[in-house]
Design a protein around this ligand. Structure first.
Ligand code: ADP
Ligand code: ZN
Ligand code: ZN
Length: 724
């Protein structure tokens, strides 16, 4: 029989192989490929091949894993087609742990062979009898365990092995996963929460469905969806909880452990190779039931998935822009559809796409409108920086309005915690020479280098290039000229330390220089009230619960509103309300101050009113007029290459070959905002179509019209989130 086997490589088509055996679709098989062997998936069986029979090679061994389900295979196919990615590259995300296909490390254990002591011509001894007693009823143990359990020395066991009384058993060395304990520490839900939980639980097992769990920050959404998780688990199903990469905090893990008695099985980029192997195997073999993971967990080969939860579902980090471009939240819904199961989107700030789907009845919705227990929503106020101007101090420039400084002081005097939020890493976003005007740029990108004082380096936030902070201007050699321009979190922390020398001030930033552990450490100190004022980037926005935090200052509320990005307003609204939502989650009420030069801005006004409906309505109108998603479809084409002329010419030819008609508009090419990235020149085109048009098809036809030189890369980003 001839079968098609899909390989996890940068290819769009499965290859033909032959086999003498019956083989199921979805089976994992080892096949020869070139001079190598590689593992692929049987994509189709019993096909007719156009190839000469002699050229078709034979399948090697069939791996002992259960075959991938039809649902996963269809899901892979869909992700590839929708996102215009090579099929093999999507499969690669499923078969992401190569080591699981190698020879499993075997564990050597021992059991009784049935041969008696006298048959073995061994004397009866107490020690030997203890070993026999320990292993009776068919028990198997490792040598060291037998020694320990029977209280004998290893030499006793050695003799018993050599004489054939103990028999070797080889078993796969794999991790045993502790199973969650239902009702381990159930919290008592309030009426609103209980109603929401009942609704979600009732959806379990009813086939495909999407529900938005829409609850204000601090309303207890996690506790509520844990009920549905438990219900699915009780029904013997696997559960996937997707969180933004950065949201997988020890705080979240701690809450899970408190509720279910065990640590959950995790899936994210910080796992060790051994953990990746163990967890992947446990998922496909249905040995682990609840998995918490970042977006890549969506591609795990679940054996029997019963529920998906997407926590902080509005979060832009679910969108992947690397290798295969996809929106993890949307693809999670697709997977739920193929697997015929319920999916919960949990957030305090739903995105417009989700809201429109609720309004059209495609998704269900449950709401939590009040904070849990005594906690109230914080009060949000605007500080107009044009009137309330920051005043210079001995240390130099200031970024904090006098009224905000006063609030910080009062809050510190009361012994309560404060947070200052600025979504900019490092000390200063730019270093400029005051003598000659030279700005220090990345040698590989068209971007300024950010000064990171803590590590004494200038860093490119786009490609990771790092260099020591120069002592003199690289252009005019001036020794006094270089000066930091604008603030980053380090610089704000510096100012706070000058202003409140007694306060304990820390920076929380998700740098490549600060690792996961350091971040966890700072969060822990904040929880334990060992920090008075925490200055942080967007990492602050994600789900943290600091009960003693009562004041939040947003240093630059205008940052993020500027870009040409279609989601700029929405994203700023979400980010700022998430940060604001950190305040006053305990008994004491919280206050939030937004520093801005544009107090009349609609996004900020909506934050002050705490009225997300009003904001969403406005955003909806704008996008409807512009025919932007979700009222139209959008895709970006990014053309890049190291030869500037050829890249530019290709982009221009693509622009000329584009379709333009009533329902299709193509814009560009234009040089990308970051024109040079990692030494590649970049041009962007944007295609916008009506909703009823298959945008993927249009792009396919379009790209077919142009011959792309081999040194130019053309990448498609369906429903783009970044426009750099
Ligand atoms: P959200 O995710 O909606 O912001 P959380 O689920 O983090 O809210 O809940 C906020 C805080 O309130 C958490 O510390 C949580 O443990 C607590 N909480 C919420 N609901 C309950 C409940 N029914 N019983 C006890 N504690 C609760
Ligand atoms: Zn760079
Ligand atoms: Zn200079």
């Amino acid at each position: 029989m001839i079968v098609k086997v899909l390989l996890p490589l940068n290819l769009n088509e499965p290859f033909d192989y032959k086999t003498d055996d019956e083989i199921k679709e979805g089976s994992l098989v080892e096949v020869p490929f070139g001079k190598e062997k590689t593992v692929g998936v049987v994509w189709q069986v019993n096909v007719a091949s156009d190839l000469d029979d002699k050229k078709i090679r034979k399948i090697g061994k069939v791996l002992s894993y259960p075959p991938l389900s039809e649902a996963i295979c269809k899901f892979v196919q869909f992700v590839a087609e929708y996102n215009m990615a090579p099929l093999g590259m999507v499969l690669k995300m499923v078969l992401s742990v190569k080591q699981v296909f190698g020879d499993a490390k075997m564990l050597k254990l021992y059991e009784l062979s049935g041969k008696t002591l006298s048959e073995a011509k061994l004397k009866n001894s107490d020690a030997r009898w203890r070993v026999i007693d320990f292993l009776k009823d068919g028990r198997v143990f490792a040598r060291s365990e037998i020694a320990l359990g029977a209280g004998v020395s290893d030499s006793v066991i050695k003799v018993m092995i050599e004489s054939g009384i103990l028999k070797e058993v080889l078993i796969e060395n794999k991790k045993e996963f502790a199973q969650p304990i239902c009702g381990f520490q159930k919290v008592k839900l309030n009426d609103e929460q209980q109603k929401a939980a009942d609704y979600l639980c009732a959806k379990n097992g009813e086939g495909f469905g999407v529900t938005l769990l829409n609850g204000v920050t601090g309303s207890g959404k996690t506790e509520v969806y844990f009920e549905a998780v438990e219900k699915a688990f009780q029904a013997g199903k696997q559960v996937l909880i997707l969180v933004p990469e950065i949201g997988l905090t020890s705080q979240w893990l701690g809450r899970f452990e408190k509720r279910f008695g065990v640590r959950p099985c995790e899936w994210h980029s910080a796992l060790t190779p051994k953990e990746r192997i163990d967890n992947w195997k446990a998922v496909i073999n249905n040995e682990v039931k609840i998995i918490i993971g970042a977006r890549s967990a969506l591609f795990l080969p679940f054996a029997d998935l019963g529920l998906i939860v997407v926590d902080e579902s509005h979060d832009a980090s679910f969108k992947q822009e690397d290798m295969v471009n996809y929106q993890g939240r949307d693809m999670a819904i697709v997977r739920a559809k193929y697997e015929q199961l319920h999916i919960i989107l949990s957030t305090a700030t739903p995105d417009l796409e989700t809201i429109c789907n609720v309004e059209s009845g495609k998704y269900g919705e449950v709401k939590l409108q009040s904070r849990y227990a005594a906690a109230q929503m914080p009060e949000v106020k605007i500080i107009d920086l044009k009137k309330d101007k920051p005043v210079k101090g001995d240390w130099g420039k200031s970024w904090l309005a006098p009224s905000l400084c006063k609030k910080l002081q009062t809050n510190f005097d009361k012994g309560e915690q404060s947070v200052l939020f600025l979504n900019r890493r490092g000390y200063a976003p730019l270093v400029i020479c005051r003598d000659c005007g030279y700005k220090i740029e990345c040698p590989h990108c068209s971007a300024w280098l950010t000064e990171h004082l803590r590590i004494g380096k200038l860093v490119c936030h786009h490609c990771g290039y790092m260099t020591d902070i120069p002592k003199v201007c690289p252009n005019c050699q001036s020794e006094e000229g270089l000066s930091a321009c604008g603030p980053g979190v380090e610089r704000i922390a510096e100012e706070v330390k000058y202003r409140l020398p007694e306060a304990r001030v820390k920076v929380l930033s998700s740098d490549f220089v600060t690792n996961f552990k350091e971040v966890q450490q700072v969060i822990k100190e904040m929880e334990e009230d060992k920090i008075d004022i925490l200055v942080g980037t967007q990492i602050l926005a994600k789900g943290h619960h600091f009960p003693e935090l009562t004041l939040v200052g947003i240093v630059d509320a205008d940052l993020g509103l500027m870009g040409s990005d279609l989601r700029a307003a929405e994203r700023t609204y979400q980010l700022l309300s998430q940060v604001a939502g950190r305040a006053g989650r305990g008994v004491k009420k919280g206050e939030v101050y937004l520093q801005t030069l544009h107090p009349e801005n609609a996004v900020l006004q909506a934050l002050v009113k705490g009225n997300s409906d009003e904001f969403l309505e406005l955003e909806k109108q704008t996008r409807r007029i512009m025919k932007m998603p979700p009222f139209g479809k959008l895709a970006a084409i990014i053309v890049s290459g190291s030869n500037k002329e050829i890249t530019e010419r290709t982009a221009i030819i693509l622009g000329q070959a584009a379709f333009n008609c009533e329902n299709i508009t193509t814009l560009g090419p234009a040089p990308a905002p970051i024109f040079v990235l990692r030494e590649k020149y970049r041009y962007r085109l944007l295609i916008k179509t009506a909703k009823n048009i298959n945008i993927q098809d249009v792009i396919k036809q379009w790209l077919k019209r142009v011959k792309i030189p081999s040194n130019v890369r053309v990448e498609t980003d369906i429903d783009p989130y970044s426009f750099y």
